[in-house]
Design a protein around this ligand. Structure first.
Ligand SMILES: Nc1ncnc2c1ncn2[C@@H]1O[C@H](COP(=O)(O)OP(=O)(O)O)[C@@H](O)[C@H]1O
Ligand SMILES: [Mg+2]
Length: 277
């Protein structure tokens, strides 16, 4: 990398992750979920990691967000290798990397009000005085277009769309630099999906957030991301702009994902105005 190029926000190098499967009673075997993965994510970019089920997408997302320990390799965030940092520094840096996973909204703690849910990360991280914490709750609620009076509600008193916004608000409360959305739009009905996409678009414009989408759905990712990295059997096999991926896929795994898009991919490419976040 030359000096004139800005440093990538995230730079993953030769990342591998092996899981041991099997129980005491059955034969144990190893699965290589990630095989020497390299991935750079530029600040402010809007990248989607796409691949068939089991290709290693969630493992990569979890390693980056600190929920899994890689077997080997490096994860550099703003130039620092997270895996070489001490536990305290690592925890501080990891606030900047927030992961939203599929069904996060349905797993909100039913015994917590919306306010408790938003306060929890700050309490755990011992961040801010009580007044400051409350101010931030209101601020993030506004950012996702929710009214302040919802703070007193329990999750079951919120609509599906409101719960999904609350999950995003909770991810924003520690002021992250990158949001990883692992199938976070999957399974939402289309009107809620559209609302969430619009909120994410506004957040990106207002705060320069970086997004890493993770999904098996190339059609959906083609509509909201700018670049696509394709995963297959624990490796990134291709990375291109959305237009290039749709016009001239280079890898058979990409062609298979394109073939799986209902209605075909050509209709998409010919759309004159593609909405990007
Ligand atoms: N906690 C785990 N223990 C054992 N194997 C796992 C675990 N998590 C994922 N795997 C395996 O690793 C591979 C990649 O999984 P995953 O990253 O979840 O793929 P994707 O998100 O692309 O569907 C799969 O073969 C999966 O079975
Ligand atoms: Mg997954």
């Amino acid at each position: 990398m030359s000096n004139s190029e800005p440093q990538p926000l995230v730079s993953i190098r030769r990342l591998s992750k092996r899981y041991v499967q099997g129980s005491l009673w059955s034969k144990r075997f190893e699965i290589s979920a990630l095989k020497n993965v390299d991935l750079e994510v530029a600040t402010g970019s809007n990248l989607a990691l796409v691949g068939e089920s089991g290709s290693g997408k969630s493992t990569l997302a979890k390693c980056l967000a600190g929920f899994e320990e890689p077997s080997s390799g490096e994860i550099c965030f703003e130039g620092r290798n997270l895996l070489a940092l001490g536990a305290k520094q690592r925890a501080r840096t990891r606030r900047s990397i927030q992961l939203i996973f599929q069904d996060a909204a349905s797993s909100l703690n039913p015994g917590f009000t919306a306010e408790d849910i938003l306060l929890e990360p700050m309490v755990i991280q011992e961040e801010g005085a009580p007044e400051e914490r409350k101010r931030r709750c209101v601020e993030v609620l506004e950012q996702v277009g929710l009214a302040r009076l919802l703070l007193r509600r329990w999750p079951h008193e919120l609509s599906g769309g409101q719960r999904q916004r609350l999950v995003i608000a909770r991810a924003l409360i520690m002021k992250p630099r990158i949001l990883i959305l692992d199938e976070a739009l999957t399974g939402l009905d289309l009107s809620i999906q559209a609302q969430i996409v619009e909120i994410l678009r506004q957040l990106r414009k207002a705060h320069g957030l970086t997004y890493l989408y993770v999904s098996h759905n190339l059609g959906l990712m083609g509509a909201i991301a700018e670049e696509i990295a394709v995963m297959h059997e624990g490796k990134i096999v291709e990375r291109q702009s959305v237009q290039q991926i749709f016009r001239s896929p280079q890898h058979p795994a990409t062609s298979a994902l394109l073939a799986a898009i209902p209605g075909g991919s050509l209709a998409f490419v010919s759309r004159p105005e593609r909405p990007t976040i």
